[in-house]
Design a protein around this ligand. Structure first.
Ligand SMILES: [Zn+2]
Length: 476
């Protein structure tokens, strides 16, 4: 039986405001437990929430950037449940009247661009965090995270593979960071997602039983967990067992999902409008002002890289999805670097270096100006591409200019034709047999002479010039 996959994602992103959604406590990460708290975020009886305007501004920006309609009468609601990290016994969220609805974004797939619908974007407060102590039968509650503003972005169930889910998440990450409303730091949980996965026989209209995988906090985990879950569903169905609608967790060590709890229905939360918070009425002119102020978004950036800078579809896509890479790229251009070469360095050798050292692009300690200098030294013929690649590790955290490093290492390429010809003539005399082979039609022997010349110059001969000169001597 052939199956098709149906995936919907709920992305939670932490908004990068200085204070929390309903009080003025700091959102700083990594403070001692419960240091930044007040009666509101501690959930003390009688305390009243006051809405942070910045949170509304950020959510509206996100809605505009993802083609949503913005509600002029959104409302907060109480989501009732008990858990020790939630002292009020309800989370302030949005239910019937979310701030943004009916949007969409485009992702790149193997078959071209695909539009994915966004059902809604709503605001909510984060809960606290439980700290489970080792060698103790008790847990502590840290409420520093309580009241951190979150947006939940709910997609339509229109993603049909783990690759599409990953692309969608990467796109959303790029939009959130381009807008400057979320740090995008997934290791700190500033962006995470829940994936709703189901499969159904190809052509069937009704959805299959779905399971939700909670708290996926890397692009890789999203892909791996969904792939695992699709395979598990398939096996259950083919073995004639019934799938249970439930919430599952991803174990990234053992690479499998396991059951967490049976899936709750919305009615179990007994949502109702929060009487402590007024309806959020938005002024059209204010929303229009935000629309005007939006920065260049990943799609526009990609188009510019394709059309104005002549990058390939793939290169433009990869660069435009990373705020860090595209910013670095543009700084290389500002310093005079050629766009295609700059892109090759960033997506090639620098990315390899980042992966090897597990560092971000900026943390590599190589300045954009250095890459521009490297590119122009290659273009001038001062050093070869290979020399430049070998030089890259020396650029890390260096105060010297690339030129100084090249000179210090004696790397300057030999492009002087007279000097090279003298050596080539010597080689031709020395290897008469090979010269004969070449002249007899075995033109591959040219490579032998290039190799010999490189050996003699310790790799410093300009490969282009060397090739040309050897060929002219052998042909003559
Ligand atoms: Zn507070």
């Amino acid at each position: 039986m052939e199956f098709e996959t149906v995936i919907g994602l709920e992305i939670h992103a932490q908004l990068a405001t200085e204070s929390r959604i309903f009080c003025s406590c700091s959102t700083e990460f990594g403070c001692p437990p419960n240091q930044n708290t007040c009666p509101v975020c501690l959930g003390l009886p009688g305390s009243l929430p006051v809405l942070n305007q910045k949170v509304i501004e950020y959510a509206v920006k996100l809605g505009l950037a993802t083609n949503c309609s913005i509600r002029s009468d959104s409302q907060f609601a109480r989501k009732n449940y008990f858990y020790p990290d939630l002292p009020k016994a309800y989370q302030i969220s949005q239910y019937e009247r979310p701030i943004c609805e009916h949007g969409h974004l485009e992702i790149s797939t193997g078959e071209g661009q695909k539009q994915i619908g966004i059902t809604r974007i709503h605001l909510e407060e984060d809960a606290g965090k439980l700290l489970h102590q080792e060698n103790s039968d008790s847990s502590s509650v840290d409420l520093n995270r309580a009241g951190i503003p979150l947006v939940e972005i709910v997609s339509e169930p229109e993603l049909s593979s783990s690759e599409e889910a990953k692309s969608y998440m990467e796109k959303m990450h790029a939009i959130l960071t381009a807008l400057g409303i979320c740090s995008g730091d997934m290791e700190k949980g500033h962006m995470r997602c829940d994936a709703n996965v189901s499969i159904r026989p190809k052509g069937q209209k009704e959805f299959g039983t779905r399971t939700e995988i909670k708290n996926l906090n890397s692009f890789r985990f999203v892909k791996q967990a969904i792939d695992y879950e699709i395979e598990r569903h398939r096996e259950e169905i083919l073995d004639g067992r019934e799938l249970v609608q439930e919430t599952r967790l991803w174990d990234s060590e053992r690479k499998l999902t396991f059951s967490m709890r049976s899936k709750e229905e919305a009615e179990e939360y007994r949502y109702f409008p929060d009487p402590d918070l007024p309806v959020v009425e938005l002024d059209t002119a204010w929303v229009d002002g935000l629309r005007e102020s939006l920065p260049e978004l990943p799609d526009a950036r990609k188009l510019r890289y394709r059309e104005k800078l002549g990058l390939s579809e793939y290169d433009a896509e990869v660069l435009s999805l990373s705020g860090e890479a595209s910013e670095f790229f543009e700084e290389v251009l500002e310093a005079g670097g050629d766009p295609k070469q700059a892109c090759n360095w960033i997506l090639g050798d620098m990315t390899r270096m980042m992966n090897e050292k597990d560092l971000s692009l900026r943390k590599l300690g190589i300045k954009p100006g250095m890459i521009a200098e490297l590119i122009s030294l290659i273009q001038e013929g001062t050093i070869s591409g290979k020399m430049a690649k070998n030089l890259l590790p020396d650029l890390q955290n260096s105060d010297q200019s690339v030129k100084e490093l090249v000179e210090a290492k004696g790397l300057v390429q030999v492009s002087d034709e007279q000097e090279l010809l003298k050596m080539i003539d010597g080689l031709i005399q020395e290897h008469a047999a090979q010269v004969e082979e070449y002249r007899g039609g075995k033109t591959k022997v040219l490579g032998f002479f290039v190799g010999q010349l490189m050996k003699q110059t310790q790799g410093k001969a300009n490969p282009g010039v060397a090739n040309k000169l050897i060929k002219s001597r052998l042909d003559g």
